[in-house]
Structure formats: C-alpha cells, structure tokens
Ligand binder design. Structure first.
Ligand SMILES: Cc1cc2nc3c(=O)[nH]c(=O)nc-3n(C[C@H](O)[C@H](O)[C@H](O)COP(=O)(O)OP(=O)(O)OC[C@H]3O[C@@H](n4cnc5c(N)ncnc54)[C@H](O)[C@@H]3O)c2cc1C
Length: 188
C-alpha cells in the first residue's frame, strides 16, 4: 500500500517482478488494475490500452431535520445526475468530461449540482457547505471492461469499468481469479 508501480522486470515473455519505489516485487503473476492510469504503466510492456479517463463529480449534502427523505437512489436521465440517499446525507453524482486528467473542481460544476438538488428536491438538504469530490472513470470505447489474460503472458488485466467499477468489482475479481487459478496450474 502507498507504493507506486513504475515498471516491470521481464525475462523473455514473462514478467518476473514489478519495479516500485520501494524496490522490486517478485511474483508468479501480475494483475494490472490501476484504473485510468493503466495505459501509462502498460506502455512499459508494449501494451496499448484503449482506456480514457472520463471525469465526474459528486457533492454530498446533509438532509435537513424533519423532511421526508427519499428511500431509493434516483437517476434523472435528462440531467444525467444520480441522487442517492446515504444515511443522513444525499450524494449527487454527475457530469462526464472526456480528456480531463486532473482532479480539480470548477465552482460552476458544484453550483450545477447544488442547483439540481434545489430544483429536484426543494428544501430537502442544507446546501451551503457541500462535500465535493472528483473522480476519473476508466472508460473503454464500448464501455465493456477488459478482464482477462494479456496474450499468453503472466500479466492479467482488470480494467476499463468506466461508470460501473464499484458495481462490477466483485464480479470481475471473481471471474479473473478463477481464470488465473486455472491457468497458473498449467505451465506458461
Ligand atoms: C462521479 C462518479 C460517480 C461514480 N458512481 C459510480 C456508481 O454509482 N457505481 C459504480 O459502480 N461506479 C461508479 N463510478 C465509477 C467508479 O468509481 C470506477 O469505475 C472505479 O473507481 C474504477 O475502479 P478501478 O479500481 O478500475 O480504478 P480506480 O478506482 O481509479 O483505482 C485504481 C487504483 O490504482 C492506483 N494506481 C494507479 N496507478 C498506480 C501505480 N502506478 N502504482 C500503484 N498504484 C497505482 C490508484 O491510486 C488507485 O487507487 C463513479 C465514478 C465517478 C467519477
């Protein structure tokens, strides 16, 4: 944890170690699962990944006392905005910016989400001090994730889950670990 992967040590077609800021880490197999930053790391393997970051934002705001709170998450397709109750707070997620790489948040983005709450749920939340977040969705051109072995190597990919990486994480991990278990029992 807290260590940057920088490159790979190779012997022929096999990767034998990961180069990191804390020294090399040897292993039998490697899973590339570093989201939108995977393409940069993958170039060290000669692998070009069709993954682009799509930036999005959320604000989280507390419900006011005594209001009727929504019980289910609501997606407003016209606004491309999700309103999700989380305990005593409402989380609002929105926006899709192609090509952005940093995590800065423009005030206009926050205001647009605050306005969306005010217009959709008047009086529901205290809107004066939203908790703001930005993230990068690792997206593929078709939105289909890339999960599986890279060529005939001992490198595996678990990438490109776009807007659904939390939803799909357990399923992708289960599918990939099953594939790895089967293939690693056979010689490369
Ligand atoms: C506004 C917004 C709302 C979203 N809402 C939802 C939702 O409701 N449901 C849902 O399912 N998904 C949602 N997503 C999408 C979800 O966040 C992503 O699909 C998911 O985070 C992708 O997971 P990942 O592990 O592939 O990549 P990441 O979450 O980006 O994790 C990659 C990790 O790799 C690390 N890393 C990168 N490079 C290196 C390196 N060289 N060495 C070491 N570590 C490295 C990073 O630090 C990071 O911890 C949302 C995204 C956004 C932006």
């Amino acid at each position: 944890m807290g260590v940057q992967a920088q490159g790979f040590v190779r012997e022929g077609t096999r990767v034998v170690a990961l180069q990191t800021g804390a020294g090399d880490i040897a292993a039998d197999a490697f899973v590339l699962a570093c989201g939108p930053r995977a393409p940069a790391l993958a170039t060290a393997l000669g692998l070009r990944l069709p993954i682009e970051p799509i930036k999005g934002y959320s604000i989280t705001v507390p419900f006011r006392a005594g209001v009727h709170r929504p019980r289910a998450s609501v997606t407003d397709l016209a606004r491309k905005t999700v309103f999700a109750p989380l305990g005593g707070r409402l989380r609002v997620a929105a926006m899709a910016e192609v090509g952005a790489t940093g995590l800065s948040v423009a005030p206009a983005r926050v205001q647009a989400m605050v306005d969306a709450v005010a217009q959709t749920y008047p009086g529901l939340c205290a809107l004066d001090d939203p908790v703001v977040w930005a993230g990068l969705r690792p997206a593929t051109p078709t939105s289909v994730p890339i999960v599986g072995r890279w060529r005939n190597s001992n490198v595996y990919l678990n990438l490109g889950h776009g807007a659904l990486g939390l939803t799909l994480a357990a399923g992708s991990a289960a599918a990939l670990s099953q594939q790895m278990s089967q293939q690693m029992l056979r010689p490369h």
